[in-house]
Design a protein around this ligand. Structure first.
Ligand code: MN
Length: 320
C-alpha cells in the first residue's frame, strides 16, 4: 500500500532497535541465524532478538568461506539504503561495489569499503568477473546518529587498513582505533571494528575503552576469551566497562571485534532502511518504488530489487 499524507499512526512490521547495554562484564553467546541472499547462504549475527545493536553497529552478515569454479556467488541487484553506513571487510576473495553516485570499487582482503547512505543511495555488490574463486568476509551496517543521518551519500574505499603487531597477534583496524592503530574510514559516532589474528599457541591482551560495549565473532581457527573457547557462528556480547580483553589460541585463530558506546537513539530497521519513524520508512519505500531520490546504478546489467510489501498494523517482525 502506498504511503499517503495523514498516515501519522502508521505501524509497520519494522524492527525497533534499542541498545540493551549490560551493566559491566558479561560473555553472552547469541547463535547466528542462517539466511539466504539470492543463492548465497549467510550467517546473520546482528540484529538478534535480544541484542539489536552493539555500539552503532546494527547489522552483521558473515558469508563464506566458499570456493567456486564459475559464476558469481555474490550478485545483489540494485537496492536502496538510508540512514546507515555499509562496511565490507573481506578475508578472501573480491566483491565489486557500484552505486548511484557512479562509484566503483573492488573490495579485497586488507582493505575496507565504506558507503555512507545518509538520505539515500542505491548500490550493487557482485563477485567480479576477474576473481580468485573464493569468497569469505563480513558486511556490517553502522546506524548514523541523528546529527548525520540526512547527510549526502558518499563512498570511500581504503586499499589497506592500518595493521599492528602486538605480542602474539596481528591486528587490522578497519573502523575506529585499537592497539595504537586508527582506521582512516569516516564514521560519525565513536566506533571500533577490528580483525584480530591470534598466532598459534599465543595469548594477547588488548586494551578496550570502558565506555564502549563490545562483541566478538570467531572468523576462523580457534580462539578463547578469558579461557572460554568461542563457538563458530555465534556472536559473543562482552558488555560494557571492560578496560581490556585477553585472547588465546591453540592452533591460530581470527576474531572480529566490534564496539562503541551504547547507541543513545532507538532506530527502526526495515528492509535496507534505518529510520526513526514508520512514516519515514513508508516514504523511503515509496520513493524507491517510484524511482525517486536514490538514483540509478548505471553500471549494473539487470533488474533492480523491488521493496517488500509494507505489512500494516502488524506486530513487529520477529526476525525469524
Ligand atoms: Mn546493500
Amino acid at each position: 500500500m502506498p504511503w499517503r499524507e495523514g498516515m501519522s499512526d502508521t505501524t509497520i512490521a519494522a524492527e525497533p532497535c534499542t541498545a540493551l547495554a549490560a551493566a559491566g562484564h558479561t560473555l553472552e553467546p547469541y547463535p547466528n541465524r542462517e539466511v539466504t541472499l539470492g543463492s548465497l547462504h549467510v550467517a546473520r549475527a546482528l540484529p538478534i532478538r535480544d541484542r539489536r545493536l552493539v555500539g552503532p553497529w546494527c547489522f552483521l552478515d558473515r558469508f563464506g568461506p566458499l570456493t567456486f569454479d564459475s559464476g558469481k556467488p555474490m550478485d545483489v541487484a540494485p537496492h536502496p539504503h538510508t540512514g546507515l553506513q555499509t562496511v565490507t571487510w573481506l578475508l578472501d576473495g573480491e566483491v565489486v561495489h557500484d552505486d548511484s553516485l557512479g562509484s566503483e570499487a573492488v573490495a579485497r582482503p586488507g582493505g575496507v569499503n565504506v558507503m555512507t547512505a545518509g538520505s539515500g543511495i542505491a548500490h550493487t555488490e557482485q563477485t567480479p568477473a576477474a576473481n580468485s574463486g573464493s569468497l569469505n568476509g563480513v558486511q556490517l551496517w553502522v546506524a548514523l546518529p541523528a546529527s548525520h543521518r540526512a547527510m549526502n551519500a558518499s563512498f570511500h574505499t581504503i586499499g589497506q587498513v592500518p595493521v599492528t603487531e602486538k605480542n602474539g597477534s596481528l591486528i587490522q583496524v578497519f573502523a575506529g582505533s585499537l592497539a595504537g592503530a586508527s582506521s582512516p574510514a569516516p564514521h560519525y559516532s565513536a566506533i571500533l571494528g577490528a580483525d584480530v589474528q591470534i598466532h598459534r599457541g599465543e595469548r594477547t591482551e588488548l586494551e578496550l575503552q570502558p565506555d564502549f560495549e563490545h562483541a566478538l565473532l570467531l572468523l576462523s581457527g580457534d580462539c578463547s576469551v578469558e579461557d572460554q573457547p568461542l563457538a563458530e557462528r555465534t556472536l559473543y556480547y562482552l558488555g560494557t566497562q571492560r578496560s581490556g580483553v585477553s585472547f588465546s589460541s591453540r592452533g591460530g585463530g581470527r576474531v572480529l571485534l566490534i564496539g562503541g558506546p551504547p547507541f543513545p537513539e532507538t532506530i527502526l530497521m526495515w528492509w535496507n532502511f534505518v529510520a526513526r519513524t514508520p512514516e519515514e520508512i513508508a516514504q523511503a519505500r515509496a520513493d524507491w518504488e517510484a524511482q525517486r531520490r536514490f538514483g540509478e546504478v548505471k553500471a549494473y546489467r539487470g533488474p533492480r530489487l523491488s521493496a517488500p510489501q509494507l505489512v500494516r498494523f502488524a506486530r513487529p517482525n520477529p526476525l525469524s
